[in-house]
Design a protein around this ligand. Structure first.
Ligand SMILES: [Zn+2]
Length: 492
């Protein structure tokens, strides 16, 4: 992009968030979305604002730069400042705000339901289905489903736009949705049941149920494996049938209510499955048990460590971590003092994450901008600061429990929690879901032990079983840094 001067600049937003610099601190940025179809998202200081087609917004923050992007294709925008603008530099380096999907997502598929019209649906149960024009990514709106009684359900049903064979080989269904925060809970939803019927009387149909527990607030995507019938039950029907009706049942968790916004359901999703083997905290058992076993199979790991713990028993020291890194591992950021980030201020963020990243880099560690929030603890402000300070990824301890991750929120990555609660059969079932859905499995371990003391200790033989499975099935195992570069491009 050219170097510009003047008080206003008209540019094109794309999927990559472009960064625009001013030569001094500015206030009073006005951004107009010139597009008639697509939204744009503008990041200014700690503020993030999504502008509808044609919308203009005035930011009152002090800032030196802002970012702008759009989810779909491109959109024209005009940015204006009132005074003092001597040069406006457009920096086309790929920045970290991009929420584009993996390049390993070969095809996101084609919309079979856009959730554009609440009146299309027959709604029963305890709750409401209403238009949501504040949170949507495709089309002109989404549908917000509010479950208004504790542990209640909303059931919504309609005919598909056209009868379809939904399940063709090696392709998946793909659902994009937004999880609303309710009270103080991370999420208060229990499950989403999806059903398709061949007939109008629901005699011939199929169904699957997805756990919605532990989802992160904000945008989520899931891909549903279909062709291996791993998760679908067919009642007097088969995956080769033509289906004409859809029914969704959204159920709130015990003792609470919940809300979800449905944006799009697609068929024909195709992705390449990947696995990232992660270890939190820096325990010696990773050096002694996990590392040699993985090295023998050429599987790299990602190790999240904290400055205040490095070299303090039972945690590894710098020399050991650097040696492990030299075998292709990524050594990443678990905050300086293993500090919960939710509810903390900017100074805490700087000390615990940003300055800690600088310190890790100074020791020679290669993944300092990849962060795992201790205990998964983070909030909306943490995410905004992660973007502001150009961190690469942020990892929660939340997950779908049974499905792999598709990147839609790079600072709230979901995981598969590898605890000693699970037997090896269960763990392999999860790995199959990742493989068959074409998504990424972030497998999070802590300690490995022959005599597990709690759920954070995973039995050595169980750990070996997981690694053997990845190895025997030729799973693509990478580090968080490789995953990031694959999805978001090399940093410049
Ligand atoms: Zn930890």
């Amino acid at each position: 992009m050219p170097l510009l001067s003047g008080t206003s600049y008209t540019g094109t937003a794309s999927k990559i968030a472009n960064k625009y610099w001013f030569d001094r601190v500015q206030t009073g940025l006005t951004v107009k979305n010139n597009d008639s179809v697509n939204k744009i998202t503008v990041y200014v200081a700690d503020n993030e604002r999504t502008l509808a087609p044609g919308e203009t917004f005035v930011f009152d923050e002090e800032f030196e730069y802002f970012h702008v992007k759009t989810k779909n294709k491109t959109a024209s925008f005009t940015a204006t400042v009132a005074t003092n603008l001597t040069s406006l530099q457009a920096d086309n380096a790929q920045q970290n705000y991009s929420r584009k999907l993996l390049p390993s997502v070969l095809d996101e598929g084609k919309i079979i339901e856009g959730f554009e019209n609440a009146a299309d649906w027959t709604v029963t149960g305890t709750g409401t289905v209403t238009a949501n024009t504040a949170q949507f990514q495709e089309g002109s709106q989404a549908l917000k489903v509010n479950v208004t009684t504790n542990a209640g359900s909303v059931v919504m049903e309609k005919s598909l736009t056209s009868p379809r064979n939904l399940f063709f080989a090696n392709r998946r269904l793909f659902l994009r949705f937004y999880v609303h925060q309710y009270a103080n809970a991370i999420t208060s939803l229990a499950s989403l049941k999806i059903e398709f019927a061949v007939d109008t009387a629901w005699v011939y149909y199929c169904h699957t149920t997805i756990s919605l527990k532990n989802l992160h607030k904000g945008w989520n995507c899931i891909a549903l494996p279909i062709n291996r019938e791993l998760t679908w039950t067919f009642v007097s029907s088969a995956w080769t049938d033509t289906f004409q009706k859809i029914r969704l049942t959204i159920t709130a968790d015990t003792g609470v209510q919940g809300a979800i916004t449905l944006d799009s359901l697609k068929m024909g999703f195709k992705g390449v499955p990947k696995f990232v083997v992660m270890f939190d905290d820096g325990h010696k058992s990773v050096r002694d048990i996990a590392f040699p076993y993985m090295a023998a199979k050429n599987i790299p790991g990602t190790f999240y460590v904290s400055q205040d713990r490095i070299g303090v028993d039972p945690y590894l020291g710098t020399d050991d971590l650097l040696r492990i890194q030299s075998f292709g591992w990524t050594i990443a950021n678990h905050t300086k003092g293993h500090t919960a980030m939710s509810g903390t201020d900017s100074a805490t963020f700087l000390a615990q994450i940003k300055d800690h990243a600088t310190w890790l880099s100074a020791q020679g560690f290669n993944g300092s901008k990849h962060v795992a929030y201790p205990g998964g603890s983070h909030d909306d402000n943490t995410v905004l600061r992660m973007a502001k300070y150009n961190m690469y990824t942020g990892r929660s301890t939340q997950g779908y429990n049974n499905l792999g991750t598709i990147a839609d929120e790079q600072y709230r990555l979901n995981i598969i929690y590898m605890t000693n609660n699970f037997d090896l059969t269960t763990l392999k079932y999860y790995l199959d879901l990742v493989r068959d859905s074409g998504t990424t499995g972030f497998l999070v371990f802590h300690r490995i032990s022959d005599t597990p003391a709690d759920n954070y200790d995973i039995l050595t033989s169980k750990f070996y079983g997981v690694i053997d499975y990845l190895d025997n099935n030729n799973c693509d195992c990478i580090t968080i840094d490789d995953w990031y570069k694959g999805n978001y491009g090399e940093m410049q």
